[in-house]
Design a protein around this ligand. Structure first.
Ligand code: NAD
Ligand code: G3P
Length: 368
């Protein structure tokens, strides 16, 4: 809590993003800020402005109906969620910033925010994804921290937004580096009777779990589209989890095995491979024999919502090729090669000398 004129000031929360999870996260947070004495009631939510088919602006429609009719139809957000299409005005009074946009947009957003934040502001990222720079991979929380010079935790987990919107029980994991007090403040803001948050000191592990599971979900969707059955899908999930852990530890040796048993790890992998958007669109891709692109299917099936798995597969592949690690990560590599049409969808389970996806699974590759 900030001190102003000798009086403790209440925390003010801004949410940067208003897609499916952005809207649900705003609703969840606003239900808490309305009750908790150390937070201002109002939650300001930045909206990437668009014009609805009715001619109305999305932000105006949200403020009038208290509902995001495009990204979360049928759910009231709470009268204390205020949609704001102006990024600067969204953040100017806030000291707690929640980043929840598709990962490809966050760098541009951060650049616009430089020099615009209130002193002492801190952040949390709910964004599942990473950027690959000349210097190597950069996690989104680090991008936020380095661009804006602020502390940034992460919150990941088995969190299909539409289920949390109707208050079905979920768990989540907050990852932090060093500042446990900040992590606990975020946990207080997010915890409800139906949303249980654990806090772990392994920011890279938590964020890589949330990021990499989207690539495995594409693989799971492909085997669904090929009607391979549950055993194959379970094998894909197991191999995927091993590769997630191995890749995370190669990039960040400090990553902890236990993190993979938190909600951000195995639980998110399971829910995404059963019920996520990446899985659904990948299933359609395989059913079409790879003849319709992911971009085309995303636009047709998701109505403005964005997949993260296809671009993350490409980003992971860049890291793998840079280090010459493709053969250590047959599943992660093959997903990208299928996404770009270099291999057919059936390669996800086919043995070949070039893509030994299922042959390596029990192998004793050192980094596993
Ligand atoms: N939806 C879920 O169930 C869920 C759950 C957990 C985590 N996540 C993660 O949360 C993050 C955000 O996903 P979401 O589901 O809230 O979004 P979404 O995919 O539902 O919506 C896309 C959003 O991107 C915005 N957008 C489009 N073009 C833009 C641009 N040029 N600049 C900025 N914004 C633009 C749209 O206005 C919309 O708000 C992702 O990293 C996702 O993996 C999603
Ligand atoms: O719908 P997806 O595939 O983007 O996954 C949503 C969430 O990340 C599940 O936790």
């Amino acid at each position: 809590m900030m001190m102003m004129n000798g009086h403790a000031d209440k925390h003010r929360v801004a949410v940067i993003g208003s897609g499916n999870w952005g809207s649900v996260a705003s609703r969840l947070i606003a239900s808490n800020t309305a009750k908790l004495p150390d937070f201002h009631d109002e939650v300001r939510m930045w909206v990437f402005e668009e014009t609805l088919p009715t001619g109305e602006k999305l932000s105006e429609s949200i403020n009038q109906a208290h509902e995001n009719c495009k990204y979360l139809p049928g759910i009231k957000l709470g009268t204390n969620v205020i949609a704001d299409p102006d990024l600067e005005s969204t953040v100017k009074d806030a000291d707690m910033l929640v980043f929840v946009t598709p990962h490809q947009f966050v760098e541009g957003i951060c650049k616009k925010l430089v020099g615009k934040l209130r002193p002492g502001a801190e952040a949390i990222s709910l964004i599942k994804g990473m950027e690959v720079k000349m210097e190597g991979p950069c996690m989104i929380s680090k991008l936020i921290k380095d661009t804006l010079g602020i502390n940034c935790c992460v919150l990941m987990g088995a969190n299909i937004a539409n289920e949390i919107a109707v208050e079905k029980f979920s768990e989540a994991t907050i990852g932090y580096r060093e500042d446990k007090q900040a992590a606990n403040r975020w946990a207080k803001l997010f915890t409800t009777s139906y949303f249980l948050v654990a806090v772990v000191e392994d920011i890279e592990g938590v964020e890589l779990c949330g990021t990499l599971k989207n690539v495995v979900a594409i693989a799971a969707g492909l085997v669904d589209g090929l009607d391979m059955g549950n055993n194959t899908k379970a094998a894909i999930m197991r191999i995927g989890l091993r590769e997630m852990r191995a890749f995370s530890k190669l990039l960040f040796p400090s990553v902890r095995d236990n993190t993979f048993f938190e909600s951000c790890g195995v639980a998110d992998l399971i829910t995404t491979c059963l019920g996520g958007r990446n899985r659904r669109v990948a299933e359609a891709f395989a059913r079409n024999g790879g003849k319709r692109s992911f971009d085309e299917l995303e636009a047709e099936m998701l109505h403005g919502q964005k997949l993260q798995g296809v671009s993350t597969a490409r980003e992971v592949y860049e890291v793998l090729t840079h280090h010459g690690w493709q053969e250590l990560f047959p599943l992660l590599s093959t997903v990208h090669e299928i996404c770009i049409g270099q291999l057919p969808p059936t390669s996800i389970v086919e043995y070949s000398e070039h893509t030994p996806v299922l042959s390596l699974v029990g192998g004793s590759t050192p980094c596993y």
